[in-house]
Design a protein around this ligand. Structure first.
Ligand SMILES: N[C@@H](CCC(=O)N[C@@H](CS)C(=O)NCC(=O)O)C(=O)O
Length: 223
């Protein structure tokens, strides 16, 4: 295993995208190995790299890490994006889980049957407006960051989640001025600004090609 950070996943957002965001914010360079064929996944399985036969897989610091949340926690802990004590960490976890719940709803749209898509979209819009965004608006009322007046993984996930939301509902933040101002501040951070440029490792929303690849690689799930 080399000293480089290597990500193994599809060439798409999915569960790896928040990991890419966090590494980019921490200024960590990484390589990506994309799963494009069933054989790639079988090789990882045969090599014993996937503890639960699932990706994302991240090679970092001599380890083969799986489980998205474990990976995010490790990166956040290592790169000072996880608060200054256990209480801050608990708050960061709560905010982070909220953003991940919301992003999960958006991710699931990609595999929704066409007849269910509109219903799921309405559900996402309603939950974003009534459940999730009010929490973050309040959390940003008196501070530039969600926790402890310093950048944490929760802020990075919130930026990612709000940008995903705006792809679906461009005006959704119009009634959340604190989140809008937060977005602008976050987007101006040099590493984040770089990650938002074309040509970075940031991935586009899922399309038919990606879904075709996912179905081929995970043929055991789509019989
Ligand atoms: N709890 C795991 C879930 C990972 C997961 O469901 N990965 C999917 C791809 S996004 C997978 O590898 N599925 C293959 C399988 O379940 O057989 C995590 O968050 O990393």
């Amino acid at each position: 295993m080399s000293g480089k950070v290597v990500l193994h996943y599809f060439n798409g957002r999915g569960k790896m995208e928040s990991i890419r965001w966090l590494l980019a914010t921490a200024g960590v360079e990484f390589e990506e190995v994309f799963l494009t064929k069933r054989e790639h996944y079988d090789k990882l399985l045969n090599d014993g790299a996937l503890m639960f036969q699932q990706v994302p897989l991240v090679e970092i610091d001599g380890m083969q890490l799986v489980q998205t949340k474990a990976i995010l926690n490790y990166i956040a802990g290592k790169y000072n994006l996880y608060g200054k004590d256990l209480k801050e960490r608990a708050l960061i976890d709560m905010y982070s889980e909220g953003t991940l719940d919301l992003m999960e709803l958006i991710l699931l749209l990609a595999i929704a049957p066409p007849e269910d898509k509109q219903k799921q979209l309405s559900n996402i819009e309603q939950k974003a407006k009534e459940r999730f965004m009010p929490v973050f608006e309040k959390g940003l009322a008196n501070s530039d960051f969600l926790v402890g007046n310093q950048l944490s993984r929760a802020d990075v996930h919130l930026l990612e989640a709000t940008l995903m939301l705006q792809e679906l509902f461009p005006t959704i933040l119009s009634t959340f001025p604190k989140i809008q101002a937060f977005q602008e501040r976050m987007k101006a951070l040099p590493r984040i600004s770089k990650f938002l440029q074309p040509g970075s490792a940031r991935k586009s929303p899922p399309d038919e090609n990606l879904m075709k690849t996912v179905k081929e690689v995970f043929s055991h799930l789509f019989k």
